[in-house]
Design a protein around this ligand. Sequence first.
Ligand SMILES: CC(C)(COP(=O)(O)OP(=O)(O)OC[C@H]1O[C@@H](n2cnc3c(N)ncnc32)[C@H](O)[C@@H]1OP(=O)(O)O)[C@@H](O)C(=O)NCCC(=O)NCCS
Length: 406
Amino acid sequence: MNETSATPAPPRQHRAHVTGWGRYAPSHVLTNADLEKIVDTNDEWIVSRTGIRERRVAAADETTASMGAVAGLRAIRTAGLEPDDIDLILLATLTPDYWMPSTAALVKEAIGNTKATAFDVMAACSGFVYGFATAQAYIQAGLAKHVLVIGAELLTRFLDYTDRSTCILFGDGAGAVVLSASDEPGGALGIEMTTEPQGAYMIWLPAGGSKAPPSAGTISRGEHYVRMEGNQTYRFATKTMATTALESIRRSGLDPTDVDLFIPHQANIRIIEAVAKGLDLPMDKMFINLDKYGNTSAASVPIALAEAVNEGRVKIGDNVTIVAFGAGFTSGAVTIEWTADPARGLLGDAAVKPEDVTVRLPVDWDSVDPIPDALAAIMNRPGSLDVPLDDVAPGEPEPAPAEVHA
Ligand SMILES: CC(C)(COP(=O)(O)OP(=O)(O)OC[C@H]1O[C@@H](n2cnc3c(N)ncnc32)[C@H](O)[C@@H]1OP(=O)(O)O)[C@@H](O)C(=O)NCCC(=O)NCCS
């Protein structure tokens, strides 16, 4: 056997196609008028500076895992798959249910998957795009056939409702896609990702990690809440969103004008307008839904993608660029040639009712009311759809029958 024939052939490179997509947003709406009641702000300022009109707030019985599981299951149904067809689950979040286990592990159980490897991706608001790119790499390397990528966030429990410069921006929700291996043309094309640590303390959450473990002191100083230098973040975002998207498009062998729809991270309408200007594109190429959800961090791109497809903004053969930026500073973009039937998204939504998806709760653990005090009065207003906490408190084992009849 000569040297050439003994060299193993390189593994075949598969393509990663988006075959499923789904989203979930909690039913409770927090409007700008609601925020006017708890912090010194007003609707005119928020709309003109950010474009945000309202955002969603998770109910007491909801968590990052529960929202991610609903969105993930919807994406699986859209793809026409069963949960056990998924062999890798990647969940992007900066607001996990717990520091450990991973939220992905909780989602795996909740959706009824018994086979997948599951882990979380931490890259703040760029997390979903980083997860998408990771899934694409696994598929191309032949290590996975169907990957579920979820972006899920419950930011309203990590906000300081006395800080008007941050608490007006963020909301809760989840979105997901299924990426499937195929040798057909199209699917995910060029990837670009950047990390610039000089921005590490521009958006951060100081306490709770190994540098500043939680204590009465960290809590009294409000160090368990998101902090942000808005102006520096704004400057980074406008520059990096355009350059990152451009590099992904270039690596796909395309020009910006070849892209039919951009799905940008939904942080601020002015940032998205600057990106459109930087790429010399009209705003109707930018999908916008931040007016309804605010900034849902890692969930923002997959929620927007699922909504854009379900609203008929994407058709087979279209080029779509997803692009995000976030704490780190991180940024990421992937350009996709769309190959799935857009009509399937509504099937996925209809197939999964949120009340049918359950995340297993811990036992022997005191129940806590997770709703921030500042939001409690608004959340409990008449007409709220929230489930009473007593019905859902984690850690309360079912009473034994003997106790019930005693
Ligand atoms: C946060 C952000 C909307 C602030 O907008 P801005 O135009 O930069 O506003 P500034 O921070 O310069 O503040 C201008 C004034 O508005 C005030 N202000 C800040 N928040 C306010 C609010 N919610 N309501 C009313 N006034 C507010 C400030 O106190 C300041 O007042 P002053 O001039 O009297 O000092 C903007 O910087 C931004 O979007 N940055 C990026 C944030 C982001 O995307 N983060 C997520 C990253 S993934």
